[in-house]
Design a protein around this ligand. Structure first.
Ligand code: DON
Length: 565
């Protein structure tokens, strides 16, 4: 009798312990909703995404709406003159991704940005018509809609067009970013340009020309942008200003479905973008190099965590810059550089006693610039479909070339190519043969739209802008939630750091890390930058809680906002 009661007691205690352990979950601190959520850089865009879901659309319809709403409400990075990448996971577990990255015009060639002495011509790949790659955004969203959408295309575009006509209110952060770019936009696009005017917080800007362009696209789909009147106008406009894009380049543009990069980290399955983005490959290398270490016991943003992360990132970025480029142009030895044995060997000279100088990992001499001019949004719909999208013009307002008549900025994505081996681009990234310029080729990206499964279930949708810092910011956000048990919102808020092999500098967000940690790291040979204006990433993420509700992580570094129901 006693034994029976005791056994029952033990069994119940065991069940309770398992229950407590399994149900223990970090308390959410971000917005929590029951069914669906969109997190993006602007409230208007998140709200339009949700409006489409409420009309019965799915996550793919909401993607189309959010992408275009960002082109209206967040012209800094949201675009129809740029490109991006989307990773998805359907409610049934199917995963996939689409590449709507810009392409080099057919007139482009390896030495496009070099002078007669073989030196890089300043600004030619960053400012004005010469910097523009063939845009991919409209091809991308139309392709996604054709294959995976459910509502009519015109229904999805209607609220976006209405927003463009009604206008968008300038936020304080937006007023600042516009003011900082006004002179250069005036120089490139003319004093009369819509974006060469002064705006202050609270002003409303109406985007009438863009509304017309979007109306044509709503009716005519992909061809309305890539063929016919709009295409003729784009090609003429670019060529009159010395650029290279032809009507044929536009007509030939295709978005490409690609196999995502999928890897395991402990009990997580991480699904992210494959080349021509470096995001998934480099992230996988960083995670795999760290996996053998008990990170959880080191503590969040502790000296050991920072060291281990930095050394993994240093080695991964060295590989990125050498091996990665457009896979349609040169083969990438993914099976080798993603293998456990290779990555173990890469870390064999790592020690907690001192930094490994980047000169011992590989070569080069460059400088870093942090910036936030891309944008990421995360969506989960009421059926459980998840969409993770990062899209960009590259620089702030891209090439600063704004076409008044069509109402949008053109990208300066050509700068993501390696203009000359060993010479850095605007993110301080150097490249090699794999990322040299060729006609029709896609330039290497760092964009890392990502979806994470935990124990086989959808757990997180995450991504960020930030140029070369994108990859490290995404890895840190996942680690913050998984290893250090932060809520989604805390994981996004937490201070970040970055290392990209070259320059050999460990960058910290300012005033957020302990002075003794920084001092110890300096003593171990780390070269540290802690500038007051450094922002690393603007992460927009969603975590699925155990009870199925959704927690937002909307980055307070921007105007980013989650909307849901
Ligand atoms: O594709 C890339 O990696 C870059 N063009 C992204 C640029 C970016 O994130 C700018 N903003 N921070």
């Amino acid at each position: 009798m006693f034994l029976q009661t005791f056994n029952r007691f033990i069994t119940l205690a065991f069940i309770a312990a398992v229950f407590i352990q399994c149900s223990s979950e970090t308390k959410p601190t971000g917005l929590v909703t029951d069914k669906a959520m969109v997190v993006s850089a602007r409230e208007e865009a998140s709200a339009i995404g949700i409006e489409i879901l409420k009309k019965g659309g799915n996550a793919f319809d909401a993607m189309v709406a959010t992408e275009l709403a960002l082109a209206v409400a967040y012209p800094f990075a949201g675009n129809i003159g740029g490109g991006g990448f989307m990773v998805y996971r359907k409610a049934n577990g199917d995963v996939g991704s689409i590449d709507y990255r810009e392409k080099a015009p057919s007139a482009a060639h390896r030495d496009l940005y070099l002078d007669e002495n073989g030196d890089v011509i300043p600004c030619k790949s960053t400012l004005g018509a010469t910097a523009v790659g063939v845009p991919g955004t409209i091809a991308g969203i139309v392709e996604v809609h054709d294959k995976l959408g459910s509502l009519p295309f015109e229904t999805i575009l209607a609220p976006v067009i209405a927003l463009a006509r009604k206008g968008v209110v300038v936020t304080e952060k937006q007023a600042k970013s516009m003011a900082s770019q006004r002179n250069i936009i005036a120089k490139i696009s003319g004093e009369k340009s819509l974006f060469a005017q002064s705006y202050k917080k609270g002003d409303t800007i109406k985007y009438t020309a863009l509304a017309e362009t979007l109306t044509a696209i709503a009716k005519g789909g992909k061809d309305a942008f890539y063929k016919g009147e709009i295409a003729t106008k784009i090609a003429q406009f670019i060529q009159e200003r010395g650029g290279y894009i032809t009507e044929e380049d536009l007509a030939n543009y295709e978005a490409v479905w690609r196999q995502p990069i999928i890897f395991k980290y402990k009990d997580l399955k991480i699904i992210s973008m494959s080349p021509p983005s470096s995001g998934g490959v480099t992230m996988s290398q960083i995670f795999k190099m760290m996996e053998p270490y008990p990170l959880e016991t080191y503590g969040h943003n502790s000296e050991k965590t920072i060291q281990l992360f930095t050394e993994a990132a240093r080695r991964a970025y060295a590989d990125r810059n050498y091996f990665l480029g457009d896979p349609d142009y040169s083969p990438i030895p993914l099976d080798i550089i993603l293998s456990n044995s290779y990555l173990k060997k890469r870390m064999s000279n790592f020690s907690f006693d001192k930094a490994t100088p980047s000169s011992e990992v590989s070569h080069g001499d460059i400088q870093i610039i942090e910036s936030e001019q891309t944008t990421h949004y995360s969506i989960i719909d009421q059926q459980g479909n998840a969409v993770s999208v990062t899209t960009t013009l590259n620089g702030a307002f891209g090439s600063k070339l704004y076409q008044e008549e069509l109402g949008f900025f053109f990208n300066n994505e050509m700068d993501d190519f390696s203009a000359k081996a060993g010479v850095s681009n605007m993110f301080g990234l150097i490249g090699a043969e794999a990322n040299s310029i060729a006609p029709g080729k896609r330039m290497l990206s760092s964009m890392t739209p990502t979806i994470v499964e935990k124990e086989g279930q959808l757990w997180m949708v995450v991504g960020t802008p930030g140029g070369s810092t994108i990859i490290t910011a995404v890895v840190q956000t996942i680690l913050n939630a998984y290893e250090f048990k932060l809520s989604m919102q805390e994981a996004v808020n937490a201070p970040r750091f970055h290392h990209q092999w070259l320059p050999d500098i460990l960058v910290f967000e300012p005033k957020a890390f302990s002075t003794s940690t920084i001092k110890d790291l300096k003593n171990k040979g780390y070269l540290i930058s802690e500038k007051s204006n450094t922002i690393i990433g603007k992460v927009d993420a969603i975590r699925v809680l155990k009870d199925g509700r959704l927690e937002a992580g909307a980055d307070p570094r921007g105007d980013d906002i989650a909307v849901g129901f």
